[in-house]
Design a protein around this ligand. Structure first.
Ligand code: ADP
Length: 454
């Protein structure tokens, strides 16, 4: 079974979010299930620099050529199109932080390449990730190739003005409301959802939420229409890359002390809460700014690492004047590992969360997740309510709603549970024992590929 995975990000080469972790982990997770997965990426500078043994493929594409090769332990195909991808700036943003104006064409070119590579490599299935690869199922369908469309976040839909259709290789029949047209525009994600043989998203609860108007962001009707073709398959984590540097929660002490020192925080009896996140409204961290007194007034501390919206960044910079609040505005992979090891709890009050990876890193490190009860957070954390505590089942603390008041309540509860060392250690140990790897989900993807390639 050969599967071509098509995406715009892949760890450790290029990453802006959880998509990259998943794309990077899938090939190794799927190999034991008889799936040979190769990944097609845009030829960003960082990807081209890392590519070894590059060989051009015999494909004829308008925008560039495709190279096969290896990088970072992965078998890759790379769309080598310097005009589109070899630029100073980010994967989607120019150096000033604005979307590249030709993003629709850049990623339509990637999707077109996917079909050509799939045909020549002999892929049984094309697996497209998010809006950047949303047209890949559409192009694959033209020659009858089976495809899977995975929604990592429905908030990003790849919208483009209709007059870009030609440059995006779309044909008049693709532009109907049943395919790529969305409120007078082109939506690449919609096209992928509409035509792929199967649609997946990254947790069962998010799959159910996507069919509701509150969470579907305009695509709920289409999701409902796809019905039983929509599957929620939970993300796993790379348990090797994210192995805690200790086997028992007691081993945290040295890492906690080091993290307090690194953030310039005093030692405190209260829990050291960490946040590693994009700072956007999705993540609900504006509510944390409001709810912070509930934590710090009782001796809890906060160490936050993140970047994102200017206003939320400014809010945390200001909050850092409190002696128990430490803030790093920026992106720092190595620090994120030290925070998982040194934190007592990790706060994730997201308004919506397709899967979420940081609660899984937290569980694996005995860093107790305090989470909104949405999406993958709902599926992966067991709330420390009275029944779950009595049954020795709890692995974290859940908010009932995503409000400042509820977050403050959850923080009070965190402080109270943390005071009871026996109960707290039990929650940590169960979290560390909770399966967060890829075994189950990889088997589900493999079964799905087999079903649709029939
Ligand atoms: P999303 O994809 O919505 O951003 P996820 O929880 O699925 O959320 O994945 C986020 C990933 O990005 C995690 O691997 C997390 O550790 C990482 N991350 C987010 N912000 C930062 C940051 N400022 N520094 C380092 N890693 C970060």
């Amino acid at each position: 079974m050969k599967v071509l995975s098509v995406a715009s990000e892949c760890v450790p080469l290029v990453k802006t979010g959880g998509l990259a972790d998943v794309v990077g982990a899938l090939p190794r997770a799927l190999a034991p299930h008889g799936v040979e997965m190769r990944t097609l990426l845009p030829g960003y500078g960082a990807v081209m620099d890392a590519l070894e043994g590059a060989e051009p493929l015999e494909v004829d594409l308008p925008e560039g050529r495709v190279l096969g090769g290896r990088a970072a332990g992965l078998d890759l195909f790379v769309l080598d199109a310097p005009d589109l991808f070899a630029r100073e700036g980010g994967a989607y943003l120019d150096p000033e932080g604005r979307d590249w104006p030709d993003n629709p064409e850049r990623f339509a070119a990637l999707s077109l390449a996917a079909d050509a590579v799939g045909a020549i490599w002999g892929a049984d299935v094309i697996h497209a990730h998010d809006w950047q690869a949303g047209l890949a199922p559409l192009f694959a369908r033209r020659r009858g190739g089976p495809s899977v469309m995975t929604i990592h976040n429905v908030a990003f839909q790849g919208n483009a003005p209709m007059d870009r259709a030609g440059a995006m290789h779309l044909l008049p029949e693709d532009l109907s409301g049943e395919v790529a047209e969305y409120w007078g525009q082109i939506s690449t994600l919609k096209a992928g959802i509409a035509v792929a043989d199967a649609v997946t998203t990254v947790s069962p609860t998010y799959a159910a939420e996507l069919a509701t108007d509150d969470f579907g962001m305009g695509l709920a009707g289409l999701i409902r229409h796809r019905g039983a073709d929509v599957h929620g398959i939970l993300n796993g984590i790379d348990t090797e890359a994210w192995a805690p540097p200790y086997g028992d929660p007691a081993g945290k002490a040295a890492h906690r002390a080091a993290l307090l020192a690194e953030f310039g925080l005093p030692d405190t009896d209260g829990p050291l809460c960490v946040v590693v996140s994009r700072l956007t409204l999705q993540k609900g961290l504006d509510l944390l700014l409001q709810a912070l007194p509930a934590l710090v007034d009782q001796g809890g501390a906060l160490a936050l690492l993140g970047t994102g919206d200017v206003a939320i960044e400014a809010g945390f910079r200001e909050a850092a004047s409190h002696p128990l609040v430490g803030v790093r505005i920026g992106y720092d992979e190595a620090l994120s590992h030290r925070m998982m090891a040194g934190g007592d709890a990790i706060l994730i009050p997201s308004r919506f969360e397709p899967c979420g990876l940081t609660q899984l890193y937290g569980l694996h490190h005995g860093t107790v997740p305090v989470v909104a009860n949405v999406g993958g957070l709902a599926d992966t954390v067991i709330d420390a309510n009275d029944a779950a505590l009595r049954a020795d089942a709890a692995t974290g603390i859940k908010l009932r709603d995503v409000t400042t008041h509820e977050l403050a309540r959850a923080l009070h509860k965190t402080l109270a549970l943390h005071r009871n060392k026996e109960v707290w250690t039990g929650i940590q140990r169960r979290g560390m024992a909770h399966p967060v790897g890829w075994d189950v989900s990889a088997a589900e993807y493999a079964a799905l590929y087999r079903r649709i390639s029939g």
